[in-house]
Design a binder for this molecule. Structure first.
Ligand SMILES: *[C@@H]1O[C@H](CO)[C@@H](O)[C@H](O)[C@H]1NC(C)=O
Ligand SMILES: *[C@@H]1O[C@H](CO)[C@@H](O)[C@H](O)[C@H]1NC(C)=O
Ligand SMILES: *[C@@H]1O[C@H](CO)[C@@H](O)[C@H](O)[C@H]1NC(C)=O
Ligand SMILES: *[C@@H]1O[C@H](CO)[C@@H](O)[C@H](O)[C@H]1NC(C)=O
Length: 342
């Protein structure tokens, strides 16, 4: 039996002592690499079936999935740095559930619901989830956290209180050699196996040197500043007044691209210009072609929604991570970037 080492949990705004988080002690601090697959790869391989309301926006796209074990049930979960809580579709979900993509709460002997607590999360693309909150044993890559807070999605009734807890990284940071994780998500024909590396940097996965960039303070996002960029080799400088408008220079070069209600769309067969961002001296390519949500309009026309979208700044995740090795360091408030090895 592994010994259980209590970890001090710092809660944001709310003290909830009953849900102490424990990490099953490892002989030594060690990092680990978690294999990752894209949603499209995974579903096409027929490993999981996704139908009905659950697939919504997450079918046939570049979302990054990793295996996570809740209690003793292993499920593919979208790995996302924009989520404030670890949550999973569950038997609390009121929509139609088909296949094995949900966590069966009654089948978990280690689940404990936190009465009266709920979560409610919404994403930039308009999707979201809400449900009940509880604790369970959560395992990723051989590292187990007992009593990890978990949202069990239930699209129906919200409860009276919203609970905010440590993120998965905050829970495991002290068990890693270094409190970092790195995204290695090459995409395309012949690309190597994607992974999320926890606690260490793998120098075989990038070329050149890692450029360290500070995160913009005062935002909960992993946001950084780029002072210049290239579209089809044409150089643009970012000034305070042009900041956030890089997507316009970009979409102006995408045949058939148009804006609708603040989001950019284009014919799925369009061709993309090249885009690179100067990030602390590294020319970081943004490979758009792999990420586009496809939608079918009421008249049957299929269109694609871009992986680069405007906000107060420029938002992109997957299309950037497909071409760059990125090390996330919350404690130091930095990211490090180098070109990826495919
Ligand atoms: C959940 O697990 C319980 C206990 O094993 C089982 O009786 C039930 O049928 C399962 N529910 C679903 C929806 O699969
Ligand atoms: C959703 O499920 C919960 C839990 O089973 C139930 O209490 C609630 O009434 C359901 N809500 C809807 C809208 O069906
Ligand atoms: C979740 O929060 C959003 C935004 O505050 C709100 O519009 C929505 O009704 C909430 N959903 C639930 C189920 O509480
Ligand atoms: C379908 O609707 C879109 C958006 O209004 C329009 O651009 C497109 O031409 C339409 N396609 C057909 C076949 O009518």
């Amino acid at each position: 039996m592994p010994r259980i080492r209590p970890l001090l949990v710092t809660l944001l705004g709310l003290l909830y002592s009953a849900a102490a988080v424990n990490i099953e002690e490892q002989p030594e601090r060690r990092g680990f690499s978690l294999p990752a697959t894209r949603a499209s790869e995974r579903y096409q391989a027929g490993k999981r079936s996704v139908t009905g309301t659950v697939d919504g926006t997450h079918n046939n796209d570049g979302s990054v999935l990793v295996d996570v074990t809740f209690g003793s049930q292993t499920l593919p979960v979208v790995f996302d740095t924009a989520s404030s809580i670890l949550w999973v579709w569950s038997t609390y979900y009121n929509g139609s559930l088909t296949g094995d993509l949900y966590y069966n709460i009654s089948a978990s002997t280690t689940w404990a619901q936190l009465p009266g607590y709920t979560f409610n999360i919404s994403y930039q693309d308009g999707s979201g989830s809400s449900g009940v909150v509880g604790t369970d044993k959560v395992t990723m890559g051989g590292l187990t956290v007992t009593g990890a807070t978990l949202g069990a999605a239930n699209a129906g009734t919200p409860g009276p209180t919203t609970v905010t807890k440590n993120t998965w990284m905050q829970n495991i940071a002290s068990s890693l050699p270094s409190p970092i994780f790195a995204a290695y998500l090459p995409w395309g024909t012949g690309a190597a196996q994607s992974s999320i590396d926890f606690g260490y940097i793998d120098s075989s996965k990038y070329t050149g040197t890692l450029s360290t960039v500070p995160l913009i303070s005062g935002t909960s996002r992993w946001a950084f500043t780029s002072t210049s960029y290239y579209v089809n080799g044409v150089h643009y400088s970012v000034t305070s007044t042009s900041s956030g408008s890089a997507f316009m220079a970009y979409y102006a070069k995408v045949p058939g691209a148009y804006e609708d209600s603040g989001a950019w769309f284009f014919p799925c067969s369009t061709t993309f210009p090249s885009l690179t961002l100067d990030v602390g001296g590294v020319q970081a390519p943004v490979n758009h072609v792999i990420d586009a949500y496809s939608l079918t309009l009421a008249n049957g026309t299929r269109i694609c929604r871009g992986g680069i979208q405007p906000s107060t700044s420029m938002i992109f995740g997957q299309v950037f991570l497909a071409s760059n090795y990125v090390v996330f360091n919350d404690a130091a408030s930095t990211i490090q970037i180098a070109n990826i090895v495919f």
